[in-house]
Each structure stands twice: as C-alpha cells, then as structure tokens.
Ligand binder design. Structure first.
Ligand code: HEC
Length: 108
C-alpha cells in the first residue's frame, strides 16, 4: 500500500501542475478555438495542431510565449492572459484529444 502511494506521488511530481481537462476545455472555448479549434486541429494550416501533443510540451510552449522566451506576436498576446493553472488546464485538454493527433491523421 505504501508503495502505491509513493508511486502516485512520483507521478504527480513528474507532471508538475496536474491540469484539469474540463476547465481547460472551458478556457479553450473562450480563447483558443478561433484559431486552434475545439478539436485542436485548427481552422487553417497556419495554426499548429495541438491535439494529442504531450501536455508538458504544450505547457512549455505557452510558458515560453508568456515569458517571451519563444517569440510570436499572436501567441504572446494570448499567453499573457493565462495563469499557470490555465496553462496546465488547456494543455491537459488539448493533449487528451489523441484521435486528432497529426501523426495519426496525416502520416498514416
Ligand atoms: C489568433 C489566432 C490564435 C489564437 C486565438 C490562439 N493561438 Fe495558439 N498559435 C497561433 C499561431 C499562429 C501559432 C504559431 C506560432 C509560432 O510560430 O510560434 C500558435 C502556436 C501555439 C502553440 C505552440 C504549438 C507548437 O506546436 O509549438 C500552442 C501550445 C498554442 N498556440 C496554444 C494556444 C492556446 C492554449 C490558445 C488559447 C489560450 C491559443 N493558442 C490561442 C494562433 C493562435
């Protein structure tokens, strides 16, 4: 029993802030869908596919836009409105949309 608890703690520690996909979905619907769509594929190839990407990757990208480490005029503006919690939540939401993952739809 103790081992299981320890494993759970390790899992949480390695993912940092565990995002809530349901809250992320709400946020995405308000802010992100105009470009990335609710399906994470986006309305146009100009916008990168978010569906099925690793949550850590999405989180890192959003934090970098917010801090200016990654420069993009469009995303900097949107990332600036997000809290750490929002970032974890939207990352959790888009990462779970595995059925739309680019590698599954395009490179099959
Ligand atoms: C006005 C259109 C627009 C909106 C709204 C928008 N994005 Fe983006 N997003 C873009 C564009 C364009 C890029 C590509 C930028 C670049 O080249 O770095 C991008 C890139 C990203 C990336 C990096 C993807 C990658 O593969 O590296 C993430 C993550 C992301 N957006 C998440 C979001 C989230 C979450 C929201 C809502 C809070 C959002 N975006 C709202 C246009 C938008």
């Amino acid at each position: 029993m103790k081992n299981i608890l320890f494993l759970c703690m390790l899992t949480f520690a390695s993912t940092g802030l565990a995002g809530d996909p349901a809250l992320g979905k709400e946020k995405a619907a308000q802010v992100c869908t105009t470009c990335h769509g609710m399906d994470g594929v986006g309305i146009d190839p100009t916008y990168p596919v978010l569906a099925g990407q690793y949550a850590d990757y999405l989180e890192k990208a959003l934090q970098d836009y917010r801090s200016g480490a990654r420069k993009n005029a469009i995303m900097a503006g949107f990332a600036a409105t997000l809290t750490d919690e929002d970032i974890a939540n939207v990352a959790a939401y888009y990462s779970q949309l595995k059925e739309n993952r680019l590698s599954d739809t395009v490179f099959k």
